[in-house]
Design a protein around this ligand. Structure first.
Ligand code: ADP
Length: 376
């Protein structure tokens, strides 16, 4: 095989995109298949294409506050005799999709054997698609700023109440018992909020490292649900929490094989969300019924009259960090709760799903397998 063919065969296999551009006419004289894939054009159209006719090749964009230069600038700099390494660049493909690339480029020379002069004949650019890494980096940054915001909110409240108590004491004021009690109870609530935020984050890490453990034992689902409702009812004055038992007696045993702590966490998350996403108050219906499919199951639902979820986002809300669009940051949260709910329910061989109408409320359902003895 001739050296040139061999070289092309090697370049054709590279996972990085490679282009050669001629100085004389700015035409792309060689491209490998990866370059064609990144640039979103068939190889046959790319080879022979003048650089300046590639669509939107000179568009500069601001991404996350930083200007990203177009990939073609890196080529132009090499055509002007400069060598560039690892520049973050942007490719806007003909179909409008955007790819972030890491590009390096260098001028190419041809040595004239007769007069030993070096002629600048073109430029080579090598680029790799780093869009996925960039988006991961972005997600991480978003998450960190969201966490700092979420942690700061309860901390600010705690600091405020502590200051208030200190002032009262240092002024030697006869402290008002009711006011002190109120301040302490608010501090307690905010500490609980901090604790649950930290627990959510730790649980997420545990799931990712496969160290999220569940310990199953027979438990009465109705009893656990009643306990959670009682506790959640204390956290709100604007909402009425109502337990609905469909086809069940108030003290019937609904026994499932569950991790008590985790199932309480699931009920808490769903009821807490129902309250949180009904900012103007209203009724929260928590229901339980038994259904007999191939096995016996308990179906628990939590229905609110809150802001609801846009239809097109319903399938995304169980994803890590996903927060639905109508929120406009006005309701705080990390976007982890439902991800944990789904993980826990799945580990119990159960199912979770949601029905919602934007502006009218949502109903979350959890189906949990019941123990065989409960069938009868
Ligand atoms: P967080 O509440 O911390 O944002 P979750 O994982 O619990 O995280 O919920 C993910 C998203 O699903 C929320 O940000 C919200 O957009 C939406 N959501 C969850 N529960 C409800 C609800 N009852 N009503 C309306 N939207 C909800």
């Amino acid at each position: 095989m001739e050296t040139k063919e061999r070289l092309h065969a090697i370049l054709d296999q590279l996972p990085e995109g490679i282009l050669l551009i001629e100085t004389a006419n700015g035409i792309i004289s060689y491209a490998n298949p990866t370059a064609a894939q990144i640039l979103g054009l068939p190889l046959t159209s790319l080879i022979g294409l003048p650089l300046d006719t590639y669509p939107q090749s000179y568009r500069i964009k601001r991404i996350n506050g930083r200007l990203i230069i177009p990939w073609s600038f890196v080529v132009v700099r090499a055509l002007c005799n400069e060598t560039l390494t690892s520049q973050e660049t942007l490719v806007v493909r003909p179909d409008g999709s955007e790819i972030i690339t890491l590009s390096s480029s260098a001028p190419l020379y041809h040595e004239n054997e007769e007069n030993e002069e070096k002629m600048h004949t073109g430029a080579v650019i090598m680029f790799q698609d780093v869009t996925a890494q960039k988006s991961l980096e972005q997600q991480k940054n978003d998450f960190l700023s969201m966490i700092s915001h979420e942690l700061r909110t309860p901390l600010t409240a705690i600091m405020g109440y502590v200051e208030l108590l200190q002032m009262t004491l240092s002024n030697g004021e006869q402290s008002d018992m009711a006011q002190t009690q109120h301040a302490l109870s608010r501090i307690g609530q905010q500490c609980e909020r901090l604790n649950s935020l930290i627990e959510e984050m730790l649980d997420m890490t545990r799931i990712e490292h496969a160290s999220f453990q569940v310990h199953f034992a027979p438990r009465d689902v109705l009893f656990l649900l009643t306990q959670v409702i009682e506790n959640q009812a204390k956290t709100t004055k604007k909402h009425q929490l109502r337990l609905v038992l469909e086809g069940l007696q108030p003290h019937e045993n609904i026994i499932a094989y569950v991790d008590e702590y985790r199932i309480i966490q699931v009920f808490n998350n769903l009821i807490n969300n129902a309250i949180k996403y009904s900012p103007y108050g209203g009724e929260v219906e928590v229901g339980l019924r038994r259904v007999q499919e191939t096995t016996s199951q308990a179906v628990i639902w939590v229905k609110d009259e809150g802001i609801g979820i846009p239809e097109q986002e319903l399938s995304s809300i169980f994803r890590q960090f996903y927060r639905a669009s109508p929120l406009n940051n006005s309701i705080s949260g990390l976007g982890i709760g439902l991800y944990l709910v789904k993980e826990v329910v799945t580990q119990h061989q159960g199912r979770v799903w949601v029905e919602s109408t934007e502006g009218h409320g949502s109903t979350f359902y959890v189906a949990l397998p019941l123990m065989e003895s409960a069938n009868t």
